[in-house]
Every structure is written in C-alpha cells, then in structure tokens.
Design a binder for this molecule. Structure first.
Ligand code: SF4
Length: 669
C-alpha cells in the first residue's frame, strides 16, 4: 500500500518495481541503482563511438546509450556492438530513438534496449493547439497502437528491453491540447504507450519523466508512480534524470535536487546526469548521488532512524504551493527565501571576508557593492562584528552573547531548543531557535506548543537523523497540521569529505524540501577541510576562493534551481549527442561569458533543430543548431532569426536580447 507516491514518507524503503533484464544486467526489484550515460559522437563514426563508449564503461557506466536518428545509424549499431564485444566489453547498449519507428525496429534487433520518446515516436510536433474531440483523440491513440505494436513485438521476440522516455519539452500536440504543458500530461503520454505494451504482454519496460525543471520532473515521477499503482497495482522501474541540466556547479545541483529528492523517498532504479560535458564526466556525479543509497548505508538508515509516522499529509506533493507563513521582518510571507552565511567558526571577521558572501567594500568611497548573490544574514556565533555592515546584512549571534550586548537591537539572538523551552520570557523582536528534528518527539511537541503563541520566532530546522530530509519534512508537517505559521530556515550541515559529496548532500536534502514548498531560508554549514583539500589537489570544477564562497554560491544555486529565488541567468543546455551541430561546451561557455549578468533570463543552447526547439521547454530565448555552421535563434517557441552563420550567432543573440528588452550592459549590472 503506497503512501501517496512512495512506500513511506517517514521510513526509508525502496519502491518495489518489476525486474527488467537488459542483456546480463538486472534492474528494478531492489537491484542496486544503475548508472548510465549517453555518447556524443556521430553514430556513423564507429571508431569514435566505440572509443567513447569504452571511456564511459571504464568510468563506471552500467548502460551506454547511443543515438540512432535514422536507419543507417541504427544499422551501424551492429558494427559498434560487435567491436565492443570483440574488445571484451559486454555492457548493454541502448538505442536512442526520436521520430523514427523504422530505426527503432532495426535497433531493437541489435542492441539490448531501445529508448522511445512517446512525444514524437508517432506524432510530429507542429506546436499546434488543436482541439480534439473524444472520438478524434481515440483515433489518434489507435494510430499510435498501429505504429508502436510492431516495435513491442520485436522487443518481445528478441528479449530487448525498452524505455518509454517522456520529456517535458517534447509532449505531442495531442497531449498538450488535452493536458497542457503539465506533469499529468507527461504521465498520460507514457501511460498510453505502457498500456499498449501491457496489452501485448510485454513487460521489459522502464519509464522516465524528464524535465529541465526539477520541480516538474519530481511531480511527474510522483504522479506516474501513483497512476501505475492505481491502474495496474504494480510499478515498472524508473529511470531518473533532469534533462538539459547544463554544466558545472549548476548542472550538478539541478540534477542532485531532482534525482536526489526522488531517491530519498525510495523512488528510482537507474539514473543519468545530463551535463553539457563529456559523458564520462557524468559518471562520477552519478556515483556520488547513488552512493548515499548503497546497501550498507540503506541498512543503517532503515535500522537506525525513527521518524514519527505521518498519517495525514497536510500538503499536496503533486502541485507546488509554498507553505503560508506570517513574515517576521523580511523572513517568510511573500519574501524570497533568505540566505544565512555561517561564520561561527571564523576566528575574526573583516571587511574582506564579506567578499565571499557577495559584499565588496570600497574604502575610497566608504561604500559597499552588493551582488545579486549577497547573503542576507551572517551568523557570528560568539563573536561581535566591530565595523559597520551594509544595511542588507543582518547579524545573528548566540543568545548568551546577545544578552550581554549594550546595543542588542543591532543583532538577533539564536537560542538552542532547550534554552528556548526553558526561557520564560517571550521576546518581541525577531529571534531564531535552532531545532534538531531528530529529537524526541515529546520534546519537539513541547517546543511546538510554545511556538504557537510566539509571533517573532523563526525556526532553524536541522536533523541529525540518517534520514534527515524526511525527519525535517515530518516536523514541518507537524507545524502545518497545527496551523503554526512561523517561518522556517532549512539548516543543513555536511560532514562529507569531498566538495562534490557536500554539494550533492546540500542539494538533495535542502532542495527536496524547497520543492515541496517548505523553507523561508537556507543555512548551510560544513566541514571546511573538504574545500581546502579540493583547492590543494585541484580536484574541483568549482571556481571558488574559499569555503564561505562555496557555501554561499551553493545556497543561491539551490534556490535558483528550485526557482524559489532567482539571482542569476539560467542556462538550459543539452548534453549533446550524435546529432549535435556545433561544439556545445565551447559555445555554452561563450554564451555564458556574454550573458551571465542577465539575472532571471532563461537561455537554451541546443545542439540540433530536430529535438532542440521541443526540448528547450520554458526558455525565454533559444540558440539552436540548424545546420552545419548555422544557428537559428528563438524567442520562446518562435523563430526570430533563421540560419545565422555561427561566427556571428552569439552577437546576433545579444541583438535579439536587446530588441526584446532583456539586455542590460554588463557595467550597469
Ligand atoms: S537537442 Fe542536443 S541532445 Fe537532444 S537530440 Fe539534439 S543535439 Fe542531441
């Protein structure tokens, strides 16, 4: 019996799914979470594709996908597969199909798995908003049955597995006309194909619901699980991924938020992290995400965590609504989530130290320059700051120090939960209380009872539980159930040893809560040795000066990825594949350098015009490869400049931004 969309919202348990065999690899039904990637070479270039596939396998990929845009590439999969087997690599291969049933039918006889996109397997997307009557709609579904059934029968005969892979950006016009651009539309798109396959008694199926927006992606998977359970009484394995996640820190954070949120609830049997980087670089990120759920860690999570059961869910996990809170000063209510910078461990705090959290002091003018990614609060622990701070930065310090201050109005006290329960005085000014959601439930209830009548409190909730996200969520659910509207700061401490692991830890636990509408602020702290070691060894993709900057950047990137606070330009860039018409990594870097001061603008950089326009979802502007050396520029879904020579395409994109009042000069920004 599912609890809405997973086994339990309070106990860690993998969702039970059917077992699927892909070559010799078993997936689903509790098998380890498999990791995979996709090649970016031209599929007709056998040598290059074989070489890249081997690099992916040696990096740890358990499945490798290769694009097959037409019959000739599908046929060449035979040469690629034979060469790999000859060299001793037996990793299953997956053919990636869009638009071409005939290529799928060839590939299904050669490789171990085919991926079809239900948005374009039969339908050709025209961005038409036609109205379908029920009879017309049923006729369309019948047309799908006719075109899709031969593939199902071939897969059944050859023992080939299949992924029905829905993408948010490439829903068919038919689905869009009835369900709109929605998570439920994504689910229905896959369910139509799944019903046909089940009708043929074919079950070697995996499903995916990808989107470049982690919120849409998470909601679609949750709905899909619920729908499968309701309609079939069982679930098929799920392939998780955030599509077009981009590169660097942002790509990793977006992926960890989307994938990690679902894995924390036991959902997901295989993952792919889509980065605009070489595919073998995706594998360590997959590994870092998945290692939180290795058998030994899962056992200790299952055995050593007790989160108070939640019988009634007081929020809708399928539709985003921010928890309503009564603002205290600028926290909660309609205010964007705040960022707290943790300087408790710093020996001293100087003007220069604040550079790392977005404030640059100009001694000549005695003024502060404030960036879009500037923290709102600084937690100083037992220290006081001896110089004048910019007006947008407020101080939080420990209550013991605060009580002895001559001018206590300039800072805000932080109480431990016991200090708060014991203290009989009810403060009228903003005060913070730190709570461990893993505390005894009776103690938490006593605290919650006191919070009910406190109108100036902001709770900073952390958890020492191994199942931390669920335990924080449980405490926030208790606030909701008792109509307590105090703002909540999500506090996460990471003791992970590497920067990459810390990034994933923060993104998974904090991001998952923000996607459910919880959190009026974010406070990250860590073991700073990780960043120091990464800087010494050079093993980090992050351009950070120090630990405070790492934490501050990560906090703002998590808020951006969950779209709860926009502080920078958003890039939706495809991972590239055999269809790509230009150097995506180089072009993305060039566009990023020219536009990264355009806060809030969403720019898509897509490798091909076949899938690019459909996949770029809700981007404001698109830069899409339309032929060798040619770029087509979009505003939303509309073509604005066709076949621009690539040498001048970035300048033309800037012109387009200017024409649409989306450009500001970097100096002004
Ligand atoms: S949009 Fe990018 S990843 Fe998708 S098919 Fe085109 S080139 Fe390949």
């Amino acid at each position: 019996m599912l609890q809405q969309y997973c086994n339990s919202l309070t106990e860690y348990k993998r969702l039970k799914t059917r077992e699927v065999k892909i070559g010799d690899l078993l997936l689903g039904n509790g098998h380890p979470i498999r990791i995979q990637t996709m090649t970016t070479t031209d599929t007709m270039d056998t040598e290059a594709t074989v070489a890249q596939t081997i690099r992916c396998i040696e990096a740890g990929a358990e499945l490798v996908r290769i694009t097959a845009p037409s019959k000739k590439e599908a046929e060449n999969l035979l040469h690629i597969k034979s060469e790999l087997r000859r060299r001793g690599y037996n990793t299953p291969l997956v053919a990636d199909i869009h638009f071409t049933p005939n290529a799928a039918e060839i590939a299904a006889r050669i490789v171990e798995k085919v991926r079809v996109n239900p948005g374009n397997y039969v339908d050709k997307k025209k961005f038409d908003t036609l109205e379908y009557t029920d009879a017309e709609y049923a006729l369309e579904v019948e047309r799908i049955r006719e075109r899709f059934t031969p593939l199902v029968r071939i897969c059944k005969e050859y023992g080939t597995a299949m992924r029905i892979g829905t993408n948010h950006g490439s829903l068919s016009d038919r689905i869009m006309s009835r369900y709109g651009d929605s998570a439920i539309g994504m689910v229905e798109s896959a369910m139509e194909f799944l019903r046909i396959a089940r009708g043929e008694d074919y079950h070697q199926i995996i499903l995916s619901m990808k989107s470049s927006n982690p919120l849409v992606m998470v909601q679609a998977y949750r709905l899909l699980v619920q729908k499968m359970d309701e309609e079939f009484g069982e679930c098929y394995p799920l392939h998780l991924g955030v599509t077009e996640a981009g590169d660097g820190e942002d790509g990793r954070i977006k992926s960890a938020i989307g994938i990690g949120t679902l894995l924390e609830d036991g959902i997901g049997d295989t993952i792919r992290v889509s980065l605009t980087e070489d595919p073998e670089f995706e594998i360590p990120v997959c590994r870092d995400i998945v290692k939180r759920y290795e058998q030994s860690k899962v056992e200790s999570r299952e055995l050593k965590t007790v989160v108070e059961p939640l019988l009634k869910i007081p929020y809708n996990p399928f539709s985003y609504k921010r928890r309503e809170t009564k603002p205290v000063e600028h926290i909660g209510g309609h205010h964007v989530p705040v960022v707290i910078a943790d300087f408790a461990e710093a020996k001293t705090i100087t003007h220069e130290d604040l550079n790392a959290i977005g404030y640059t002091y100009d001694e000549r003018t005695d003024k502060w320059n404030i960036s879009d990614g500037a923290a709102d609060y600084i937690y100083t622990g037992d220290k006081q700051i001896e110089f004048g701070l910019p007006g947008t930065l407020k101080v939080i310090c420990n209550s013991s120090i605060w009580k002895g201050m001559e001018d206590s109005g300039k800072s805000h006290p932080l109480f431990s939960q016991q200090e708060y329960i014991d203290d009989k005085e009810m403060l009228q000014q903003l005060h913070f209380v730190i709570v461990d959601a893993n505390s005894d439930w009776v103690v938490l209830q006593a605290l919650v009872d006191r919070v009910k009548s406190d109108v100036s409190i902001v709770l900073c909730i952390e958890s020492s539980s191994r199942h931390a996200m669920a335990s924080v969520r449980r405490l926030i659910a208790a606030l909701l159930l008792q109509n307590i509207a105090c703002p909540v700061i999500l506090k996460t401490y990471s003791a992970e040893r590497s920067v990459d692991d810390q990034l994933i830890h923060f993104a998974t636990e904090t991001g998952g809560l923000l996607l459910d509408g919880f959190g009026d602020g974010i406070w990250l702290s860590n073991d700073p040795k990780a960043i120091a070691q990464a800087r010494v060894s050079g093993r980090t993709y992050l351009e950070v000066k120090n630990n405070h900057q790492f934490l501050n950047n990560t906090a703002f990137s998590i808020l951006q990825a969950t779209r709860t606070r926009i502080s920078k330009t958003e890039y939706i860039s495809c991972p590239s594949c055999g269809r790509t018409l230009f150097d995506l990594q180089e072009t993305t870097a060039k566009i990023r350098a020219a536009t990264n001061h355009l806060k809030g603008v969403k720019i898509a950089i897509m490798g091909c015009i076949v899938n690019g326009p459909g996949e770029m979802a809700d981007a404001d502007f698109g830069y899409v490869g339309s032929g060798p050396g040619k770029i087509t520029l979009y505003k939303g879904k509309d073509i604005m400049k066709r076949n621009v020579p690539s040498e001048i395409a970035v300048d033309e994109l800037i012109e387009l931004l200017k024409e649409n009042e989306a450009w500001i000069e970097p100096a002004m920004a």
